[in-house]
Design a protein around this ligand. Structure first.
Ligand code: TLP
Length: 359
């Protein structure tokens, strides 16, 4: 039986339609702006996000890096929620390559604390403080378990930044999941960012690719920084052809992944409510709290793998499960049952004989 791969929605395989479109794609040298398929994708992405233009880059990490380079001069401070992907998982690109300082602000469910933002934001450089170069938000928020930022929160962050003439970037790697959960069109979310990055290669199943979108001026500048970091490609229409299908056909099915995540979370909660809370699962990510087993998440991954379930650790006692196109409801149920079996064994081992089950 093949493994049930819940490590990430990045594991999704391209669809047959994508493979066919890639084989047939009209291509040219994008270094000369001559790839018609890349251009079609960029125009389509901009239109779907309500922006003037977009630029294709190889990865979400590069989209965020290029955004930071584009919006800032060296030496400023970037404010972002402390658990954001840019801060936690992009290997310090913000400092190493963009020459920027970052400040992680406390947050709740991925939403930065508004008072902390008000306190931290500064319009310009002074002998005592760096000026704020950029404010970043992330929706859906990965480390917060796929949480969707409320639109009124995004509006408030945006308004505060604008009052200080500070640009805003949205890491919208999973913006279409957020739009699906909020039942709005993506521009309703994207409007709170001067730039928005999106990923084609997560739940949308394309093999490669991300886009950075924004005004014509921002994207023109971003093209230069994309070149600088080595992200300018040649016959990239091969990639873009799959990306077009990702945007045109795959965004509509993300609700299925959210429903599967609900199945998983409900079944886990039925086993033990400490494991997962379905009311906190808004999209396709389920965080499983294994603290009570007194066994670390990394060790859980080994046990799960032995039983044919692949997952990721997100913190010492948190296992992350991500649903996607290749996870059917039956897979979610089976994965939950495997976790249940392990859980019962571990809890029996972790809780001393005679101790109350609620210890
Ligand atoms: N997220 C990946 C891993 O890096 C953890 C995943 O499996 O979820 N922004 C957000 C919000 C992301 O979740 C990711 C990738 C990125 C940016 C980076 O995208 P890539 O991997 O294309 O560089």
């Amino acid at each position: 039986m093949p493994a049930i791969d819940l490590r990430s929605d990045t594991v999704t395989q391209p669809t047959d339609a994508m493979r066919e479109a890639m084989a047939r794609a009209a291509v040219g040298d994008d270094g000369y702006g001559e790839d018609p398929t890349v251009r079609r994708l960029e125009v389509l992405a901009a239109e779907r996000l309500g922006k003037e233009d977009a630029v294709l880059v190889p990865s979400g990490t590069m989209a965020n890096l290029v955004a930071q380079l584009t919006h800032t001069g060296r030496g400023g401070e970037v404010l972002l929620e402390a658990m954001s992907h840019i801060l936690r998982s992009e290997l310090g690109g913000v400092a190493n390559l963009a020459g920027l300082f970052h400040r992680g602000l406390p947050g709740h469910d991925g939403a930065m604390d508004i008072d902390a933002l008000r306190e931290a934001i500064r319009s310009g450089l002074s002998p005592k403080r760096l000026g704020t170069a950029l404010v970043c938000m992330e929706t859906t928020h990965n480390a917060a378990g796929g949480k969707v930022l409320p639109l009124d929160h995004m509006a408030e962050v945006h308004a505060i930044a604008k009052r200080h003439a500070v640009p805003v970037h949205i890491d919208g790697s999973r913006i279409f999941n957020a739009a699906t959960a909020l039942r709005v069109q993506a521009p309703e979310i994207a409007r709170y960012g001067d730039s928005v990055s999106i990923c084609l290669s997560k739940g949308l199943s394309a093999p490669v690719g991300s886009l950075l979108s924004g005004s014509k001026a921002i994207i023109e500048r971003a093209r230069a920084f994309r070149k600088m970091v080595g992200g300018s490609m040649r016959q990239a229409g091969i990639i873009a052809a799959a990306g077009i299908i990702a945007i045109e056909q795959m965004t509509q099915r993300l609700g299925d992944d959210h429903a599967t995540a609900q199945v998983l979370a409900r079944r886990l909660a039925a086993i033990d409510p400490v494991l997962a809370d379905p009311t906190r699962v808004q999209t396709n990510i389920v965080m499983v709290d294994v603290t009570r087993s007194k066994r670390r998440a990394e060790d859980w991954l080994v046990d799960l793998k032995d039983r044919g379930v692949l997952a990721n650790a997100f913190g010492p006692y948190v296992v992350r499960l991500v649903t996607h196109r290749h996870i059917a409801e039956a897979d979610a149920t089976r994965a939950a049952d495997i976790i249940a079996e392990l859980w019962r064994g571990r809890i029996a081992a972790a809780v001393p004989r005679g101790a109350a089950a609620s210890d």
